[in-house]
Structure formats: structure tokens, C-alpha cells
Design a protein around this ligand. Sequence first.
Ligand code: ADP
Ligand code: MG
Length: 399
Amino acid sequence: MPDLTWLQPADDDATAEALSSRFTARLGRLPDGVWAAPGRVNLIGEHTDYNNGYCLPLALPHRTYAAVSGRDDGILRIGSAQKSHGWEGRVTDIRQGRPAGWPAYVAGVAAIFAERAGAQELGADILVDGHVPLGAGLSSSAALSCAAGLALRDLVPALAELEPADVAAACVRAENEIAGAATGGMDQTIAMRAVDGHLVLLDCQDFSVVPVAWTLPDHEVLVIDTRAHHALADGQYAVRRQTCEVAAAALGVRSLREVTPDQLVEGQVRALLAQIPDGAARVRHVVTENRRVLDLVSALREQDAQTVGELMTSSHSSLRDDYEVSCRELDLAVDAAIDAGAAGARMTGGGFGGSAIALVRREEAELIAEAVVGAFTDQGLEAPHLLEAVPSGPARRLR
Ligand code: ADP
Ligand code: MG
């Protein structure tokens, strides 16, 4: 029987206390407060956010914590419990690629806010501790930027009127413009606007959110972090995004959100997409995925676990065959979970590694997890880590 590694969420109080002490030991004073923002899993609706489409994420109880003190001298100092190198510099010096690496996610938000607040003097000392696995497709990056962003909103008087949606928008700009990651807005929106105990139907056309209750008490969402990271991820993400933009322009629509499944079989549409390398397949994924999100919400309302599972599995096939963003480890996790009795399974997040999710009966979760881990070790692959996706609340101040 394989050993299972379950990643449990951290205890908020204990983590905030320990991080405050660490902050004080390093900087010689107490932080002004501690904030936390969640990672997420997306139940369905992948690679739809940057196409103005639908997705259905939930916030995880696994969070990134930030101990923060405001400064009024325009200096930013950042450190992470997960990294040996931090960054210190002037907020007015932050731009694309500077700082490089992880500090960009925090520095980026400070720079976007400083621009808005017109505050040359906006600064802060920030120490973070992440309990969302890094680079696992569970959005540790948005958990990081949103924890820092909410702290700045609360500490800088000129930002006090900003709503959670405004903080999310600033964090998207930070990832796009400073960290250089071409992400859509799903991750930051769910981190800032999750509804405890619910999924959120997010319409990326206008970023409106509708809470969707989890109506399947006998089932849970099992998260399988494959721990695979393929170097392709960032480059291929940008290529997919560009293909979608080119296709939307060719079809004369603002975004692929406006294309319906029926239109995909029209002669003129097919002719236009045939001229774009991979155009037909990529567009088919996005258009059918949007429909699957809405169908899954209906199935959830009808407490129809079987249909929810089937839609998840079709989403995976579409991502694997049409969008081509899966990989050996994700396919293995999905196939092994279904073979072991999951109602459905799919990759979640951008792809090329990271995590898969499976809809499983609660009483079978452990057995299915064992089967999946066994399938990995049988193939000589590193054992995946496991999490239970309990729908949790948005970013908030803890103390
Ligand atoms: P994901 O968001 O799915 O975890 P990304 O590649 O978008 O994957 O983001 C992961 C990156 O975010 C890390 O490589 C690192 O740069 C940054 N990051 C996230 N959490 C932390 C943390 N606690 N400390 C330092 N950097 C972090
Ligand atoms: Mg990310």
C-alpha cells in the first residue's frame, strides 16, 4: 500500500502568530497586521477566462499568509518563508522584469497601487508564508499577490475605498505587466471574491460572480498534485492565448465567448478557422468548454453527480485532444482516478503539469487516492500529493 501525503490547510491563528513572530525577529517590530488569501481549484471552465468566458472555481482552505507593515518612504522590502532570496527597492523603480522572479508578484501590486494612489511614498515591509503548493496549478501566485494587495488596500488610506474586485484587477495587472505572466482573471477573482461553502460561477466578460452551492454532500473534490512541472507551460500558455485572439479577430468577434457550438459547424466559420494553425481545435475547446460550465452548474442544481462527473471528464478530453495542454502525468491521474471509481476527473489550471481533480464519493476518497498514487509509483513517477478541496472563503485580514 503506498504512503499517502495529504496536504492539510494551515491553522490560521497559529500561522498568523508564528509569522508575526518571524516578522518581528527579522525587522525588530510587530507587523501592522496579518492577511491571508486562498489558492483555488477550478471545477470546470479551463482556458476560458482570457476568452471572456465562464469558469467555476472554488477557494481552497489552503492559503498564503502575509505579515505587513506600511511605510511612508516609498521603500518596499519583501521576504518569503519559501524562498531564500527576497527583494528590497523603491516602488517607483518597479517595472516589467524588475524585480525578477517571485518578488514581482508582490512588487507588481505595490507598483500598480502606487500609480493609482499617485503615492510616491507608498511602501511596505512584507513577509509571506505560503501554504498553497507553489506551481501546482492551484494558484499560489494569485494567493500571494492578493494577500499583499489586500494588506496594502487596508493600510494605505488612498486605497481605502477599493472593492475586492478592484484589488483583483490590480493583481491581474501585476501578473501581466510586471511578472510577465499572461494569465486571465479567474485566479485573482476567486481569491478576492470567493463565497465560503460555495463554488463561484464567474463570467469573465464582466467579472460578475454567482455563488453556486455544493449540492453533493456524499461527494468531494479530490485534488491530485502530480508534482510535475513542464518547462513548456508559460510559453505554450501565451501561444494558446494568441491563437484564440487571432481566431476571434478572423471571425469578427470581440472574444470567443461570442461563438456558439452551432456556429462551429457552419461552412464559413470552418473555412476561416482552417486558415489558422490549430485554430479549429483550439476554438472548439473554448466554445464547448463554455457550454460545459453552464451545463455543469445545471447538473449541480439537480444534484446529478453522474452528469457533473461526465462533464469534468469531457472537459479533460477536450483539453487533452483539442487544446493540447495536458501531459502524461495529468492523463495518468485522470485515468487512474476514473478506473478506481471516480465519477469524473480532469486536469485543472493551465496544464503541462500541476494538478488534476476527481469527483469522488467521500467514503471512497482514500481508496481512489491510493489507486492514483499506486499508478504513479508503478510507472516510476514521483508520488502525487493529495488535498481535499473544501470550498472556503476569500482573502481577509486575520489580525
Ligand atoms: P500557481 O499559481 O499555479 O502556483 P504559478 O507559476 O502561476 O503557479 O505561480 C507560482 C509562482 O508564484 C512561484 O514560482 C513563485 O514565483 C510565486 N510564489 C507563489 N507563492 C509563493 C510564496 N509563498 N513565496 C514566494 N513565491 C511564491
Ligand atoms: Mg498562477
